[in-house]
Ligand binder design. Structure first.
Ligand SMILES: Cc1cc2nc3c(=O)[nH]c(=O)nc-3n(C[C@H](O)[C@H](O)[C@H](O)COP(=O)(O)OP(=O)(O)OC[C@H]3O[C@@H](n4cnc5c(N)ncnc54)[C@H](O)[C@@H]3O)c2cc1C
Length: 457
């Protein structure tokens, strides 16, 4: 049994179909597949992904599934990312391009980097410690602290470092000093730094395509699961239908899953301990063409608190079909948490005002304003996360439940579309063959390489 038709649930379904396994069913609450990776068309014909989705695949298997779904209907892009702050453009990665900062700020960044050369210091306990120990006080004060506060909607001191694994920051002091001396931009994009995007239908087209290839009779949409009886291994939908399962791959948010199972009280009591942030996605559709400054940019980071958004995507640059002819579009992401509330009545106006303030738009050209709030946006890697996750997953597994995917596993480090699809695929391998789930366990590689085509029945 599969619960959810986002990338994780579809990955599980694909693998079952590929292996010729016949005895499975998928339930999805929404009328169509895609989950958080869906695309919406607004009343004015603009397409909007639910946040800036960039495909950066770690798996050939994932690429194969996406190719089966879309064929060659892709647009290839160079990943051109920038930071907008102090009323100027700074190429990404920020640390390599601090020469573009005002002089006093540049000096503080360099002093901070030089102080790091003395080494030492205790191992980092929080994400804040890790940032400070990797980039120095100046870069943290200018960019990393304010930016991370905005994107996570929590202070970096509330986040753990376990999710970072063995990740080491790339700071090359000599190169940074050379960039300053030679007045050289050191951009993170180039011929090897590309991504692809669906030519038509936005990111959601991939998942609609996968849905089309799966056996229709096994996919049940508009069916929301309301209760799970773990003793009897049975699910109940909101309209009261009961179905038994022997193994269940659940991709709904883990806190909600814990709340609907008839499990032991100590397991249900874990639900309120999960920390997440919500995402507001705001799409602004405009007449005409983007200004020259935005003509080739993919996305822009905004660390300053006076702008409500942490990231803006020039969404019409991803595909000519993302906006009607003669129009272009910008998509902003605004995070929300109990520590960073957002006024839902004014947030769209604040975004338009922010775009105007940095000279991106003239509001007389706005023809469409689109807004969607996602309750579960980012699975926060909160301090103490892994102990809670282990306890929940262990107990669920005793009842034949495998909670996987972005909010099913609640591991930000493996929560993109490629990781999610592979979590679904690998959960099937685990259930059928006892194979180790490498992605779910943070190993980020897969023993499975190529996906075979499947035929719809
Ligand atoms: C703001 C934002 C930016 C992102 N950027 C990127 C990016 O740049 N690159 C990238 O690769 N990924 C990105 N992602 C992540 C991507 O969206 C996820 O990897 C992917 O959607 C996770 O798939 P999933 O199947 O695990 O979960 P979901 O997509 O959440 O799917 C879960 C499904 O379960 C269904 N469901 C829930 N409860 C029930 C119930 N009770 N009964 C039945 N069905 C239920 C839901 O309707 C949903 O369809 C981003 C996500 C967000 C929110």
């Amino acid at each position: 049994m599969i619960l959810g038709a986002g990338p994780t649930g579809l990955g599980a379904a694909w693998r079952l179909a590929e292996r010729g396994h016949d005895n499975w069913t998928l339930y999805e609450a929404a009328p169509q597949a895609g989950g958080l990776a869906s695309t919406v068309m607004d009343a004015h014909g603009f397409l909007w992904d639910l946040g800036g989705h960039v495909l950066f695949s770690h798996y050939t298997y994932f690429d194969d599934v996406a190719n089966h779904a879309l064929g060659d209907a892709w647009v290839e892009h160079v990943r051109e990312a920038w930071v907008w702050m102090r009323e100027r453009w700074i190429p990404y990665p920020f640390q390599n391009n601090i020469r573009r900062l005002p002089e006093d700020e540049l000096k503080a960044c360099v002093d901070g980097l030089k102080a790091l050369q003395n080494g030492g210091g205790a191992p980092p306990k929080t994400f804040r410690d890790w940032l400070l120990g990797s980039f120095g006080q100046g870069i943290c004060d200018s960019f990393l602290f304010p930016y991370n506060r905005k994107v996570w909607a929590y202070d970096p001191s509330a986040l753990n470092v376990e999710w970072m694994g063995e990740r080491v920051a790339t700071v090359d002091l000599q190169r940074i000093l050379d960039n300053i001396a030679l007045e050289r931009d050191d951009v993170g994009w180039g011929p090897n730094n590309t991504f692809r995007f669906p030519l038509r239908g936005g990111t959601g087209a991939i998942w609609k395509g996968v849905q089309q290839l799966l056996p229709k009779a096994k996919l049940h949409f508009n069916r929301s699961i309301a209760r799970i009886n773990t003793n009897q291994r049975a699910l109940e939908t909101t309209d009261g239908q009961r179905t038994a399962y022997d193994a269940l791959i659940s991709t709904m948010p883990l806190d909600r899953l814990l709340a609907i199972i008839d499990g032991p009280e100590e397991l249900k009591a874990l639900a309120p301990r999960f920390v997440h942030s919500s995402s507001h996605i705001i799409g602004i559709g405009l007449k005409g063409t983007p200004p020259a400054d935005l003509a080739t940019k993919c996305w822009i980071y905004f660390p300053e608190p006076e702008y409500p958004f942490y990231r803006v995507t020039v969404f019409s640059n991803y595909s000519p079909n993302n906006a009607p002819a003669g129009h272009w579009s910008l998509m902003a992401e605004v995070s929300e948490s109990p520590e960073k509330p957002v006024d839902i009545r004014t947030v769209v106006d604040a975004v338009v005002a922010g775009f105007e303030r940095c000279g991106f738009i003239d509001r007389s050209n706005v023809v469409s304003r689109w807004h969607r709030r996602l309750e579960h946006g980012y699975p926060t890697p909160w301090f103490g996360r892994d102990a809670v996750l282990d306890q929940a997953q262990h107990a669920l597994q005793l009842s034949g439940i495998y909670s996987r995917g972005r909010f099913g596993a609640w591991k930000y480090e493996v929560s993109n579309q490629d990781h999610s699809l592979m979590q679904g695929v690998e959960a099937v391998e685990r259930i059928l063959d006892g194979a180790r789930e490498r992605t779910f366990n943070g190993e980020m590689t897969s023993v499975l390489t190529h996906a075979r085509s499947i035929s719809s029945r």
